[in-house]
Design a protein around this ligand. Structure first.
Ligand SMILES: O=C(O)CCC(=O)C(=O)O
Length: 265
């Protein structure tokens, strides 16, 4: 397993995130993007979700706005995404920043021109981030894989460095885009990976350029976190059914071990 340098640990603790350059080649991005476009073009029979989920459950294909689409439960939908689960550079850093990771939610967001900004949010409170005896522990981390370039006007992620340790909150909903004090646009090229503690306050900027920006979001939690209690209404997208999980390598089975002890319904 690749060693994570003292400088990267310093930066992750300081900012709450890291941007890894050139994690995926152009060919690898193309293959992932082709699979994503196939999924985005399909219709889904989501009666099983509506019958057994809750009123708040997200459909498989969810229009965030008329210009943008979110796909939920990528591993259930296509084996092309399996490689993202345990990408070696990412996995080494997940272990360094959270201990024993378990994969929960997987989704994508594709934004076309005119996509508005999202809303400022975080997945866990700053109390779920700690450093004890030299060990960094973020209870939840999001791994964002850029399949296309994320320029400043492409609808890229925007984040507040250091907010995973902030002591005073603001009414997040009152702020828009880069108007949030201390916020920075997280820009990069196709193949880069942005890893952040979900305690970091973040958002998505509007897309005003031509073309489509597509990212994958793989969300990991520490083994001790109760997955079922986190977002019960979307557990059907977190959970990979046993017949699908059967194809996973031993490492990927280990990263999704909680699924052996749980039924989403
Ligand atoms: O628009 C983006 O890329 C940010 C998405 C995001 O923050 C999320 O899905 O939680």
């Amino acid at each position: 397993m690749e060693k994570v340098s003292a400088e990267e640990r310093f930066l992750f603790d300081l900012q709450g995130f890291l941007l890894l350059k050139n994690v995926y080649s152009a060919e690898e991005c193309r293959a992932l993007l082709d699979a994503l476009r196939r999924l985005e073009a399909q219709d889904y029979d989501d009666r099983w979700i509506m019958e057994r989920g809750s009123k708040q459950s997200m459909p498989t294909r969810f229009r965030l706005s008329k210009e943008s689409v979110r796909m939920n439960g990528l591993l259930r939908l296509d084996p092309a995404f399996d490689v993202v689960m345990d990408q070696p550079r990412v996995l080494a850093r997940l272990q360094a920043f959270m201990g024993e990771p378990q994969l929960i939610n997987t989704w994508s967001i594709s934004k076309g021109p005119g996509t508005p900004e999202g809303g400022w949010h975080r997945g866990i409170p700053p109390t779920d981030y700690s450093v004890r005896n030299g060990e960094i522990r973020s209870r939840m981390l999001n791994v964002v894989t850029f399949l296309t370039d994320n320029g400043p006007k492409d609808g890229c992620v925007v984040a507040v460095p250091g907010s995973h340790k902030n002591n005073l909150d603001l009414p997040w909903g009152d702020y828009h885009g880069l108007g949030m004090p201390g916020s920075v646009a997280v820009t990069g090229k196709a193949g880069d990976v942005f890893m952040f503690s979900e305690a970091v306050v973040h958002n998505g900027l509007p897309k005003t350029t031509p073309g489509t920006r597509s990212n994958l979001y793989f969300n990991y939690v520490h083994k001790h976190m109760n997955v079922a209690a986190f977002e019960p209404h979307n557990l059907q997208h977190f959970f990979v059914p046993p017949e699908v999980r059967a194809r996973f390598t031993p490492e990927r089975k280990k990263l999704t071990e909680w699924m052996e002890h749980c039924r989403w319904d």
